[in-house]
Design a protein around this ligand. Structure first.
Ligand code: ATP
Ligand code: MG
Length: 569
């Protein structure tokens, strides 16, 4: 592993990276007639933000260089794969903005061809059936410093191997009875070349092939050969497959792939996977979080899955922009989660309409405003985009303001409400706090204020200033809402570094606020549509919403720690 480094968002601009350079050269030197890539997920979970990097790279270069990208399910392990995952993966790739056209493929489509190729290896003496018990087989593989031992089955004649392999396929042998191995080199420095397993027996129903097969190819045997069948030119994968590349090459060398009539044979290139602070991108762990109820589902907004991010309100465009900024390199690194939030904020700041919502309401009564009367003010939908227009909002005697915008005994620099203090209400009037009413326990339950009718529109004719502008909603038409605030799912930047990733779960990752009050325009907002709650953050409507009680997810707060870090540099 290479040393970790922090990526600087400002140094990565669009366009160039070593993969794109390779492709450019291959095209200009006519090594390939055109480029074909693939995104090859195993349908054993939902896609996460790390997959987004691979998707943006594979589909991105195909688009940029006039080629095509396939979506190929690597569905070779039926015990872990499900139709739900196949469906969710297609939905998520589309949502991210990419399309495979007619090139939706499955490794299972090639099972017959792969099987024929396995027989080809056997006949040529390049593969053998090994019935050594698995623990002994493991022990005989050797270590990084010691060569492995040849299996006694290594010299079994080809016709015997063929008969045994056919018995495996015919279902005559139980799980684990034997495997098919490539005959390469038990002393190879690269462990992947020590007679790797190509097929194993697995009596399990497959989501697509049902019970047609009881032997399944391993990743190494299925992957490169699927690439060849589909005419993939650049097989882009993450660095952990670097040590598999010699095997990828060996298999292509020993199989009759020229019969496919390919203009060129596939080549594998590796890039660094995406890692993000405070975030787990292991499908195994994400599966545990869902299965054991640490989150509500794969699309829980705290999850780093594409479905979770979408539900949280992260726009696909922001995700693509983030991936572009991270760039493609060969050095492993950990991206600061603040940079991700910064990218989301930048996008939403441009696109999200402004609304007012009070998260923790405190009633404010304007004593000199006539009872039973209301009036309509005009609120701006987007400060930087006049075309977004305005909307009417109701103002009246009783309002809700944010509890934290009042302090009875404020410190020096607290400019918001306190007894005697005048502030501006957004889009409305100046109000002065006269008194705080408390309940029996001493908690402030209501503010009594007066307003200055001459300040309609937000300015005083005499030119006097106030130091704070507060958001509010009118009790007359506010809609009660639930608002869900999300914090990091893990408490440390490197979850699991001490061994137990579950011990690093943040017990405060979800805070549910009930009894919030939002302006009526929000009650009918379409599910998932982003809005900015003025002074609070970016939110979107959750699918749990009803017209009577909308539910909002906080996508990201307003405070930008990343911008501060960058400014300090
Ligand atoms: P596992 O193999 O442990 O089930 P995986 O995350 O590698 O998990 P795959 O379905 O095999 O899952 O991944 C599909 C593709 O996405 C692979 O090409 C893989 O290299 C790539 N990928 C997975 N995680 C990341 C990541 N964090 N950053 C970039 N690419 C990734
Ligand atoms: Mg994988």
């Amino acid at each position: 592993m290479t040393a970790t480094e922090t990526i600087d968002a400002t140094t990565q601009e669009a366009g160039r990276d070593f993969i794109r350079d390779i492709i450019d050269t291959d095209l200009t030197q006519h090594r390939v007639p055109g480029i074909v890539t693939r995104f090859p997920p195993e349908p054993n979970g939902y896609l996460h933000i790390g997959h987004a990097k691979s998707i943006c790279l594979n589909f991105g270069v195909a688009n940029e260089f006039g080629g095509r990208c396939h979506l190929r399910f690597d569905d070779t392990n039926p015990t872990k794969e499900e139709q739900e995952f196949i469906d969710s993966i297609q939905r998520d790739v589309h949502w991210l903005g990419f399309d495979w056209g007619v090139h939706l493929h499955y490794a299972s489509d090639y099972f017959e061809q792969l099987y024929a190729w396995a027989e080809h290896l056997i006949v040529n003496g390049d593969a053998y059936v090994d019935d050594t018990p698995s623990d002994q087989m493991r022990a005989a593989r050797g270590t990084l410093t010691e060569p492995g031992q040849n299996s006694p089955n290594r010299y079994r004649p080809a016709d015997e191997n063929l008969a045994l392999f056919r018995d495996m396929r015919a279902g005559k042998l139980p799980n684990g009875a034997c495997v098919l191995r490539a005959k390469i080199d038990m002393a190879a420095g690269n462990m992947n070349l020590r007679d790797p397993v190509l097929y194993r027996i697995l009596h399990a129903e497959h989501p697509r092939t049902g019970n047609a097969w009881c032997i399944y190819p391993t990743y190494d045997f299925a992957h490169g050969q699927s690439d060849a069948i589909e005419g993939i030119t650049h097989s882009l994968c993450t660095l952990e497959f670097e040590d598999h590349r010699p095997l990828y090459e060996w298999l292509l060398d020993h199989l009759p792939i020229d019969q496919l009539g390919l203009p060129t044979r596939p080549k594998q290139y590796e890039f660094a996977r995406l890692n993000i602070g405070y975030t787990v991108l292991s499908k195994r762990i994400l599966t545990t979080l869902v299965r054991d109820g640490h989150v509500t589902a794969w699309d829980d907004p705290r999850m780093p899955t594409l479905a979770g991010l979408r539900r949280r309100g992260v726009p696909a465009a922001a995700l693509r922009d983030f991936i572009r900024r991270v760039g493609v390199a060969r050095a492993n690194s950990v991206v600061d989660v603040a940079m991700f939030d910064h990218t989301i904020r930048e996008d939403l700041n441009r696109t999200a309409p402004r609304r007012m919502a009070v998260l923790r309401p405190l009633k404010l009564v304007i004593e000199n405003y006539p009872e039973g009367q209301t009036e309509t003010l005009e609120a701006i939908n987007h400060p930087d985009n006049p075309a977004a227009g305005t909307r009417p909002i109701v103002f009246g005697r009783e309002l809700y303001v944010e509890r934290e915008d009042f302090m009875e005994n404020p410190p020096k620099k607290f400019y918001r409400l306190s007894p005697g203090k005048e502030v501006r209400l957004r889009y409305g009037f100046f109000v002065t706090c006269r008194e705080a009413i408390k309940d029996a326990s001493g908690e402030v339950i209501e503010l009594r204020c007066t307003y200055d009718p001459a300040t309609r529109g937000g300015n005083a004719p005499d030119g006097r200033k106030v130091q704070a502008t507060l958001h509010w909603v009118a009790a007359a038409d506010a809609v009660p809402a639930e608002i869900r605030l999300y914090n990091q799912l893990f408490t440390r930047p490197d979850p699991g570094a001490d061994g137990d990733v579950l011990a690093d779960l943040n017990p405060d990752s979800l805070e549910v606020l009930t009894g919030c009050q939002v302006e009526p325009a929000l009650a009918t907002a379409p599910i998932g549509e982003p809005v900015q709650f003025e002074r609070t953050g970016y939110f979107c409507t959750d699918p749990d919403s009803t017209p009577q009680k909308p539910v909002f997810n906080r996508t990201v707060g307003l405070r930008d720690t990343w911008a501060k870090v960058q400014a300090a540099r």
